[in-house]
Design a protein around this ligand. Structure first.
Ligand SMILES: [Zn+2]
Length: 374
């Protein structure tokens, strides 16, 4: 078994011990050599930076790994495997008119990504093998086949014993525009609450916020969902007026209107160009799993900053075989924090701003636009 696959078979990825470092470094050396050998663009980047993968011997050396700016993958299709090996292609749900982010997975990379969702979800208590109903606050994958959010919504369903019933809140109207099906979603919600099965709400938080507001406005009495119910959010944190929805208010209103425990509400951070989902813990911080590392760089000089300082976020993981996204400089501002009070030992990060003016606001803007039409 390769070091990369051993790294991804870690059953407790959110336990971060120094003893796990040598395996991470070995996996990074393996992955760097693969991309250097199979991607001429990545090879020339390493040559220009005079970087040799075998020189990677301790944690400090990670800073020397050349990185690619995330926007490069909007402009170019860089592959480290033959095209025929690609089994999944996804695009981000960017705003119309802007270039969309894309990514391409071969079978081994996709397997590692799947394993990462299962092991992280399991450690957070989200893996429960009982029949579960779903409300997906996003696009119906039958209508939006290559949109990344639709795929990740589907993928998250693997954390339960299968979907008893799935309700999609976005439906295409006669003009082909997505609309929020408020009436259908409310009806499904009330029915699911009476079913005595857990319910999972997954997707854009702006739509969930809109739904609970509508419950209040229509005097729908608060519901008391099964205690194993959970919420996994990702994407738009803006309401239909374009205002930010604070995470703590959101948890409170979902707890009050639906009876969902605040510790069972998890936000996900992800980038199409990277793929691995980062989940918040009960303290609302994104935990870094053992198969990833995050560096924070000062904008301008790009020097690496110590934990606690705000800067541009660089993500590293050796999992991807098909595209050289092994070390990505994102346009997001973040801060790394250690010693999370939730009890998980892995370091965490907070997103402090999204730099990509058009692309990264894509999801939030799109969600606000759809709500504006509803
Ligand atoms: Zn935590």
């Amino acid at each position: 078994m390769s070091a990369i696959d051993r790294l991804f078979s870690d059953p407790l990825p959110l336990d971060f011990e120094q003893a796990k470092d040598p395996l991470f470094l070995e996996a990074m050396r393996e992955a760097l050599s693969h991309h250097q050998k199979n991607s001429p663009e990545f090879a020339s980047l390493c040559a220009e930076e005079e970087f040799d993968p075998s020189s990677l011997v301790d944690g400090e050396d990670l800073q020397r790994i050349p990185f690619l700016f995330v926007n490069v993958f909007k402009e170019y299709q860089l592959l480290s495997v033959p095209k025929e090996e690609i089994v999944l292609a996804l695009t981000s749900s960017g705003t119309t008119g802007s270039k969309k982010s894309q990514n391409y997975w071969d079978a081994p990379s996709l397997k590692r990504l799947d394993d990462s969702v299962l092991s992280i979800g399991n450690q957070l208590g989200l893996f429960q093998l009982e029949p579960t109903n779903y409300i997906l606050f996003g696009y119906d994958p039958r209508e939006a086949l290559d949109v990344g959010t639709a795929w990740s919504d589907e993928n998250i369903q693997r954390l339960t014993g299968g979907a008893k019933e799935v309700c999609y809140v976005l439906k295409k109207d006669a003009e082909g525009e997505y609309r929020f099906d408020l009436e259908g979603t409310l009806e499904a919600l009330i029915r699911f609450a009476a079913s005595n099965l857990p319910l999972r709400l997954i997707g854009f938080p702006s739509f969930m916020h809109f739904l609970v507001q509508a419950m209040k406005e229509t005097n729908t009495p608060p519901l008391s969902l099964h205690p194993h119910s959970a919420v996994i959010t990702g994407g738009g944190w803006k309401n239909h007026r374009g205002e930010e929805i604070p995470f703590s208010d959101f948890c409170q209103e979902l707890n009050h209107q639906l009876g969902i425990l605040p510790e069972r509400i998890h936000d996900i951070y992800g980038l199409v160009e990277h793929g691995i989902p980062y989940f918040t813990c009960s303290k609302g911080r994104f935990h870094i799993p053992s198969f990833c590392r995050i560096l924070i760089r000062r904008p301008g000089t790009l020097e690496v900053l110590p934990p606690g300082e705000r800067g541009l976020m660089q993500i590293m993981s050796p999992y991807m075989r098909s595209v050289p996204t092994i070390s990505l400089l994102t346009s997001d501002y973040a801060r790394v924090e250690e010693n999370c009070p939730c009890g998980l030992s892995s370091p965490t990060f907070r997103i402090l701003g999204r730099g990509g003016v058009v692309k990264h606001k894509g999801c939030a803007i799109k969600a606000a636009e759809i709500l504006g039409r509803t």
